[in-house]
Design a protein around this ligand. Structure first.
Ligand SMILES: NC(=O)c1ccc[n+]([C@@H]2O[C@H](COP(=O)([O-])OP(=O)(O)OC[C@H]3O[C@@H](n4cnc5c(N)ncnc54)[C@H](OP(=O)(O)O)[C@@H]3O)[C@@H](O)[C@H]2O)c1
Length: 266
């Protein structure tokens, strides 16, 4: 079992949503923290709250992870901080019909969901492997398992995260560095803020439940975590057995039924 108490975890995207929930649950389990996101004030406020509530050491590093220079600066700042667990949580997801929506959010999603995640995994993974101890949790999504019409760019970034994480986990098997992908389904966060889309509260999970199950699965040494409702994991199995065109059409139907084909900027 991985022990969180006394370890140091770096959480990206910690300023709100699942990242704040991960930081809060990790502090409750006794892990010191490095919190990363762009919103410095939100990180500082969370850090103060967690130090007081749980007596853990918390460092905040404000950085835009889509900016390679800032990512390099972040890694330099971390040179004197041995990170035991990297929790690559920061992510964003453009929605709506691909050609009718701006290109730029798709490019940002690639920079954040893929390039930043891979860069941090490479740099911190190397120091973990050298120490023979550590872990990486990459937050993918149920969107990773099939093409996602009306979230085409987002789904493709999460398919990358799934493939990359499974491959890295195998490369590092037996080294003392454990790598796991987490696949939440719809979760009640600010993920769709700034768009016309709203998540149906009946179909979303609570961030606190999702992060608790994710951290339990990582501690148990699992290679994948499905921390949301049971239907999420069943959906991922279906995508492995049905023909690709069938799963793609099913995903399109589901996304149309929740209005994803009509998403616009707010
Ligand atoms: N919510 C869901 O339904 C759901 C389902 C499956 C998977 N996920 C995944 O879960 C992860 C967390 O999502 P969430 O729902 O918690 O989203 P969220 O509420 O929108 O939070 C996103 C976090 O990422 C940070 N972030 C965004 N752009 C950044 C950048 N350029 N540089 C650094 N940090 C940045 C944000 O902080 P700043 O704005 O302060 O930078 C924020 O802390 C993502 O990887 C997402 O794909 C979410």
């Amino acid at each position: 079992m991985y022990t969180y108490r006394g370890s140091t975890t770096l959480v990206t995207g910690a300023s709100r949503g699942l990242g704040t929930a991960y930081a809060t649950e990790l502090a409750r389990r006794g892990s010191d923290l490095v919190l990363v996101a762009r919103s410095a004030a939100a990180l500082d406020e969370l850090a103060a709250r967690l130090r007081t509530a749980h007596g853990v050491a918390v460092r905040t590093l404000a950085a835009d992870l889509t900016d390679r220079t800032q990512v390099a600066g972040l890694l330099t700042d971390l040179a004197d901080t041995p990170v035991d667990l990297l929790l690559n949580n920061a992510g964003m997801g453009p929605a709506g019909p691909f050609l009718e929506r701006p290109l730029e959010p798709n490019q940002v999603a690639v920079d954040l969901n893929i390039t930043a995640l891979m860069t941090l995994s490479h740099a911190l993974g190397r120091t973990m492997a050298a120490r023979g101890h550590g872990g990486i949790v990459n937050v993918a999504s149920t969107a990773a398992f099939q093409p996602m019409p009306y979230q085409a760019g987002y789904g493709a970034t999460k398919a990358f995260v799934l493939s990359f994480t499974e491959a890295l986990a195998e490369e590092l098997r037996g080294t003392g560095v454990h790598v796991m992908a987490a696949h939440p389904g719809g979760t009640d966060t600010s993920f769709f803020d700034g768009t016309t889309h709203t998540m149906d509260p009946r179909h979303v999970d609570a961030p606190a439940d999702v992060v608790r199950r994710t951290l339990d699965d990582f501690a148990r040494g699992r290679s994948a975590s499905y921390p949301g409702r049971r239907l999420n994991q069943i959906g991922s199995w279906a995508a492995r057995f049905l023909p690709r065109t069938t799963t793609t059409r099913l995903a399109a139907w589901v996304n149309r039924s929740v209005g994803m084909d009509a998403v616009r900027a707010e």
